[in-house]
Each structure stands twice: as C-alpha cells, then as structure tokens.
Design a protein around this ligand. Structure first.
Ligand SMILES: [Zn+2]
Length: 369
C-alpha cells in the first residue's frame, strides 16, 4: 500500500488541480475554448464591467463518494458532516478564525453566499443521505481521475450539473486533493480529497484536520486559481484577481506575517488565503476579488446550480415560507423549467453580446491571442 512519505520533497504538490488543468489544456480543444470564454467572463466581473446576476445564497447539493480500500478509509457520517459544516462557515466568512486575518486585509474578506448540503434526493428522485460508499481494490489513487469511475475502481459521478461530487479516498504522492476547473468534461467534474484531510473529526489528521483542503479544492471548482499564480517563484503570473498581492510561490506550514516576496511589501503574501498551501489552522479567508470570480462562475459555467436552487426555493402556493425562513437545502429543482428557460435565455443573450464585444475588442486592438 502506498503511504504518504513523512519526509516530503521541498516542492511537494499538495494539490493536483493545476496538473489536471494543464493536462486538459493539452488534450482538449473544447476545454481550451471553454476556458477562454470563462476567463473572458471572469475578467468582466473582476474589472467591474459586469456584476453578479444571482441574488442571495445558493445551496449546492453535495454527494460524497467514499471510496475505501480498508475499513479505516470508510469514514463515518460524522466526519462527513464536519466537513460540510466547515464549508458552510468558510464560504459565508462565518469561520471563527476569520478574526485572525491581519488588519490590513480585513476589509477584503468576502461572504461568498454559498452553502453546501448533503443531497436529499438522488438522480432517480429517491431519498438519499448524499453518501455513496464503494469498496475498491485500489490501494491509492492519483490525479488522473481513476476514482471517478466504477470501471477503474472508483465511483461514477452523479449528474455534475446538479450535484457537487466529492470523492474521498486514499491519494498517493503526497496529494491532499485535486479539483477540475469549470469548463472540463462533465464525467470527471468535481473534487477529490484525501481521506485523512477531510472534515475535522474521525480520521482527519493534523495539520490538515481543519477541513480546509475541501474549501481550497471547491475554490478551484468555482474557478479560483492558486494565489501565487503557479509560476514557480517567477512573480510573472498571478491568480487573475486584483486584490490579492502578487506572490512568488506557495507558502506552507505556519508563516509569520508579513512574508514579503515579489516586492509586495510591506504586507507581503496573503498566505492566510484559502488558495495558498499553508496548514489548515493558518488559512482564513477569500477576498472580494475572488468572490467576483465565483460570481462569474455561478452566472456562467455553473449557473445550473443557481437555477436549481432558485426553483427549489420558490415556495409552492400552499406552503409559502415566512420571511427569514431557512434556505431549502439539498434538493435539485423539480419544477424549475420555466425559470430555467428564462434564466438561460437571458444569460445566453448576455453571453452573445459579450462575445461580440470581445471580438470587436480583439479586432480593435489587433490582438491575435
Ligand atoms: Zn489547489
């Protein structure tokens, strides 16, 4: 059985999301084209030329695939629930440790208005607890998506435009997890988390027992890049978010504030951001700029979740909910066809207009990128 080395190499890749991203860019023209569209849209939001169409909190129905080789990896329901709790705090800036954000960045902390709930209805419309358990012969998985298909010892996804699929399994090579960015193949869409880095109870092991690996990977799934821009210390690339400082490389462990790189003093790297590699108890925040990328994602490639949520949140005439009632959770919409059509047509119209604007912009600037 492959065990995670206690002596990791200096540049250990804790997250495989960029590896997946680069593989898909190489393999798939469709992915490259989709990513171009998604980046164009994100830039519009990031520069304030477009603002979020969605209103209020969106709840993502979650299915957790527990793919285990031995009994210890077959994590219990309490550990899974503890992970959902962390996500619901982190994506609402309701995590108690947000108070540890250095003062200089406090005004940038964002409530992303995203919530997560284990699915209560399965793809066939039957009641479910949102947990799928599969025993596998594989002693460990890598970032090549084997865990996402029954044919390769994993578990097939539930429809990825209706459910956030999370696979929990043993990962080799020091990986804590990986995610697929929006715009990738539907059959592999979702996030994968190391069993011992999932949740805060049970088998969750320090320093990754704060549930932040899933917070980080779902950040990628919602179109966030690593805060250092994956340029191996060059300071030439960033995360395409304006309010996060340019940063040389990933930070690990528990850095001391400030940690200055790339002439980003006096405040230095925003290593307390969920999209860095620091220990779970050292990351506390997303920024407003990252929130704009998430808004662009939820108005764009992941809009199906907003549509389903709105349909589910529309009260039936006989059961109108009181003001301030709890958001309904974990139920993809059953009666949202009209809403979906209206929403999609409005969105498509705006997309076509944006594409035309972008084309005119390209012609005007003579850019051939
Ligand atoms: Zn990552």
């Amino acid at each position: 059985m492959t065990e995670t080395s206690p002596f990791p190499p200096p540049r250990r890749d804790l997250c495989g999301a960029m590896q997946v991203h680069r593989r898909l860019l190489n393999e798939s023209m469709t992915y490259r084209a989709q990513r171009q569209r998604i980046e164009n849209r994100a830039l519009m939001y990031e520069t304030g030329r477009r603002s979020a169409a969605r209103r209020g909190v969106v709840t993502f129905p979650v299915v957790v695939h527990v793919v285990y080789n031995d009994a210890g990896q077959n994590i219990d329901g309490a550990q899974i629930a503890s992970q959902i709790d962390v996500l619901n705090r982190d994506y609402r800036a309701a995590n108690p440790d947000v108070s540890k954000v250095p003062d200089v960045w406090r005004s940038l902390v964002v409530d992303n208005e995203c919530q997560f709930a284990l699915a209560t209805t399965d793809p066939l419309g039957k009641p479910t607890d949102g947990i799928v358990r599969v025993k596998t012969d594989q002693t460990s998985f890598d970032a090549n998506d084997g865990v996402k298909a029954a044919a390769t010892g994993g578990s097939d996804p539930w429809p990825t435009d209706q459910y956030l699929n999370i696979w929990v399994c043993r990962l080799g090579g020091g990986l804590l997890g990986y995610a697929q960015f929006p715009g990738g193949p539907p059959q592999t869409d979702g996030v994968v988390i190391l069993d011992t880095a999932f949740g805060t109870t049970g088998t969750a092991a320090p320093p990754y027992d704060g549930g932040r690996t899933a917070t980080h990977e779902i950040g990628h799934w919602l179109d966030l890049f690593h805060i250092w821009g994956d340029d191996d210390g060059a300071c030439t690339n960033d995360d395409r978010v304006a309010d996060t400082p340019n940063q040389a490389d990933s930070n690990t462990g528990k850095p001391k504030f400030p940690h200055v790189t790339c002439d980003n003093g006096p405040n230095g790297d925003m290593f307390v951001n969920y999209m860095d590699y620091v220990d779970d108890d050292t990351m506390f925040m997303f920024t407003k700029g990252q929130g704009e990328r998430i808004n662009a994602c939820l108005d764009g490639p992941r809009a199906s979740f907003v549509v389903a949520h709105q349909a589910a949140a529309t009260p039936a005439p006989a059961a109108a909910s009181a003001p301030g009632a709890k958001e309904p959770a974990g139920v993809p919409g059953q009666n949202g066809d009209v809403e979906k059509l209206l929403y999609d047509s409005e969105r498509l119209t705006r997309e076509v207009l944006t594409d035309i604007q972008n084309m005119l912009g390209l012609v005007g600037h003579g850019s051939g990128s």
